[in-house]
Write a protein that binds this ligand. Structure first.
Ligand SMILES: [Zn+2]
Length: 214
């Protein structure tokens, strides 16, 4: 018998086996992912080129349910995807984003997962013949997953601007400029003391798009 994965939707033959605690998937999908990871761990060059994207794509495609851990995981991995795909950030810097997201846990909100997670899954990567094809398929997969979450892109970009601004790294200046631009928009629309206090509490309350519209 075969059944669809609860996360990415890929249909695979049923398998008895483990799955992740909150990145919900079918055992067969999780097993396929484990094999893809093993391939990357055994090829240092491949690992350095795409491992960040592989982990982020799988996590974003298997968001699970609204729990504190899932909220944090989805936020962190989507911010990482955004940083690498849209800003050309290094995987090292994107990893710092995730670490920072973990450090400031409790400040993100649950993003309702899209109905479709895109047409590319970890199985497409698993079927690659050789490192070059593996790399290309991971990149296509990451782009597809990121596009699937398009309804939340503005929220994720805002979170990334906020989180990235507190990381000292080559991209820091870019993040800081982005955040400044957001704040300037707010100030010009609402030049009141109330807004100033909202900005001051930016790092003390959950980030929401609503705040941008105040
Ligand atoms: Zn899956």
């Amino acid at each position: 018998m075969s059944s669809p994965c609860i996360g990415c939707g890929v249909i695979l033959n049923d398998l008895d086996g483990p799955t992740h605690g909150y990145m919900e998937s079918s055992p067969a999908c999780w097993s396929t992912y484990s094999e893809v990871l093993a391939r990357e761990y055994s090829d240092r060059a491949l690992f350095e080129r795409v491992h960040r994207l592989t982990v982020d794509s799988y996590a974003a495609q298997h968001p699970g349910r609204a729990s504190a851990q899932s909220i944090q995981s989805v936020a962190g991995h989507l911010m990482s995807l955004c940083a690498v795909l849209e800003d050309g950030a290094s995987s090292e810097w994107a990893t710092k984003v995730i670490r920072e997201a973990v450090r400031i846990k409790g400040r993100f909100t649950w993003l309702q997962p899209p109905r479709s997670m895109g047409s590319i899954t970890v199985v497409n990567v698993w079927r690659a013949k050789g490192p070059a094809e593996h790399e290309k398929r991971v990149r296509d997969w990451a782009s597809s997953v990121w596009a699937a979450w398009s309804q939340h892109h503005s929220t994720i970009r805002f979170w990334l601007s906020s989180v990235g601004g507190s990381i000292t790294a080559p991209n820091y200046r870019i993040r800081r400029l982005r955040l400044s631009r957001l704040l300037l928009v707010q100030e010009s629309r609402h030049p009141s003391p109330r807004i100033i206090s909202t900005l001051a509490s930016l790092h003390d309350r959950p980030f929401t798009e609503q705040r941008l519209r105040r």
